[in-house]
Design a protein around this ligand. Structure first.
Ligand code: GDG
Length: 473
């Protein structure tokens, strides 16, 4: 019965040759006058993959974002979407637990202490199995399947067991940790075996690929040849594929009259400060928001910066609010913002504008365009797309970028003002260098970063990965 359905669905979808598997589907449910409908969500992954998916009439397997049974498959922009169901308990154990309280902190240098629970691990395995089953049902014979990110690391092996005919790629959007840290993970071998089910395992940086190959040898004794290891007669390749953004889309957005006018309005609403420093992050402890605030407070108290001629705008988009680490972070950040404003703000002129809200793409673009200094100070970050978006937004060659050495983006945006966010003095110095930079020197730096980015956009990322996988891109 199950087999008949597999064949039936695959045959029916035979013209489709490319499948993406990700925790989330690339759509949001929107309530309109006429009822509910699905709209393509604005995420970077969707943008990078959309041309390929639309071109191949692709398939996307993922969770629709609400607890409960999965809705029937549907189509958006020519892409066939196949929802996977998650129950409330799956969300607690697989998503908030194992994915976001165990793997996320551990893979980010354990900057928060990872929690280990056997029932989370079991839920993770069970949900990964469900994704593998769903993919098995819809992937046409011989097609290429691209599995995304840390929530689904067991899927490649589970899928290979069911479907040896597929070409399987996996990409990790977050850092892959060094061996000493990874070895803490209960069930560590299962994860490495899970990833080794793929033909190609992609990372944001060469170091991630090296860590993975090292572990395959250390934990499983696999022989390594260059960037490949051989597993049961198959060769598995690892590589670095730095993710990127839709540069053209951001450039088009900032060049609209509305965004330009809004950027000017933002500066005016802020009292036309001499220096506008901007932070845009999900409210996540990996992003170094507290370290940035501390550096800013010290610069104010030492008189190296003054208010109201300097203003910090910090957008902290709500994220994973039911996870304990995140609730605590919010309290700490808000306490620090209150402290800075209490000490250095004036009536009608706070020193920090803290915005715990989510904004439209065009409002973000206007903020990027209005800022003099973009502060990106993660303690550890797979890539950091905000840094790339800021550079893409500065078609005027204005503005400066302060960037943490611990973001994947630091390998590429080399002309940024670099800092070590673990060292408050280093953040302070980088901020001051960026603020005091000579205009023509700053424009030169922005120009080189922009040139690099235009040659390395999101489409190139996807097409490099898929070409290496041996799937048409
Ligand atoms: C993971 C890895 C890697 C933020 N606030 C709003 C908003 N955003 C958008 C940004 C940007 C995206 O969210 C955030 O991307 P990041 O790369 O900065 O960070 P993560 O969410 O942690 O992403 C990271 C990435 O995956 C891709 O591989 O770079 O290292 O951690 O695009 O603009 N978008 C809107 N409103 C907001 O308020 N519309």
């Amino acid at each position: 019965m199950a087999d008949e359905r597999v064949k039936g669905e695959a045959a029916e979808d035979g013209r489709r040759t490319f499948v993406v598997v990700a925790n989330r589907l690339p759509v949001d449910e929107v309530v309109t006058d006429t009822g509910k409908e699905w709209r393509r969500s604005p995420g970077g992954l969707v943008t990078a993959l959309h041309p390929i998916l639309a071109g191949h009439r692709g398939i996307w397997v993922g969770w629709a974002g609400a607890a409960g049974p999965a809705s029937a498959p549907f189509e958006v922009d020519g892409i066939a979407l196949h929802p996977v169901a998650l129950s409330e308990s799956d969300i607690v154990n697989y998503y908030e637990g194992q994915s976001n309280s165990t793997i996320w902190p551990l893979y980010h240098d354990a900057v928060e202490t990872p929690a280990f629970h056997r029932h989370w691990r079991e839920a993770y395995r069970e949900v990964n199995r469900r994704f593998a089953d769903a993919t098995d049902r819809v992937a046409p014979p011989g097609s290429a399947v691209w599995v995304q990110d840390y929530q689904l690391q067991l899927v490649p092996a589970m899928l290979r067991e069911r479907r040896p005919d597929l070409r399987i790629g996996f990409f990790l959007h977050i850092p892959f940790p060094p061996i000493e840290l990874f070895m803490q993970l209960p069930g560590r071998e299962e994860i490495i075996r899970g990833l080794l089910g793929a033909d190609l395992v992609g990372f944001q940086t060469p170091l991630g690929a090296q860590n993975f190959l090292h572990l395959a040898h250390h934990l499983l004794g696999l022989r390594r040849r260059g960037l490949s290891v051989s597993v049961e007669g198959r060769s598995v390749r690892a590589g670095s594929f730095p993710v990127s953004i839709d540069v053209g889309e951001m450039e088009a957005l900032v060049d609209t009259i509305d965004v330009r006018a809004r950027a000017d309005e933002i500066r005016s609403e802020l009292g036309r400060p001499k220096t506008l420093i901007l932070g845009v992050d999900r409210l996540d402890y990996t992003k170094g928001i507290q370290h940035r605030l501390n550096a800013y407070r010290e610069l104010l108290s030492e008189g190296r910066l003054d208010t109201p001629e300097t203003v910090l705008v910090q957008v902290a988009t709500p994220s994973r609010e039911r996870v304990e680490h995140y609730a605590r972070l919010r309290e700490n950040v808000e306490r620090e913002v209150g402290r800075i404003n209490g000490e250095f703000g004036r009536v009608g002129a706070p020193a920090v504008h803290y915005l715990h809200q989510s904004y439209s793409r065009s409002e973000l673009a206007a903020l990027y365009r209005a800022a003099d200094v973009m502060a990106v100070t993660p303690l550890r970050d797979g890539m950091n797309l905000v840094a790339k978006e800021y550079v893409a937004a500065r078609t005027d060659l204005g503005g400066t970028l302060v960037l943490s050495e611990f973001a994947g983006a630091a390998r590429e945006l080399r002309q940024a003002y670099m800092c070590n966010p673990h060292d408050i003095n280093s953040i302070k110095d980088a901020l001051m260098r960026a603020i005091e930079a000579d205009r023509s020197e700053a424009a030169k730096r922005m120009h080189s970063m922009r040139r690099y980015l235009r040659d390395h956009d999101g489409r190139k990322w996807a097409s490099d990965f898929l070409t290496t996988l041996g799937a048409a891109a």
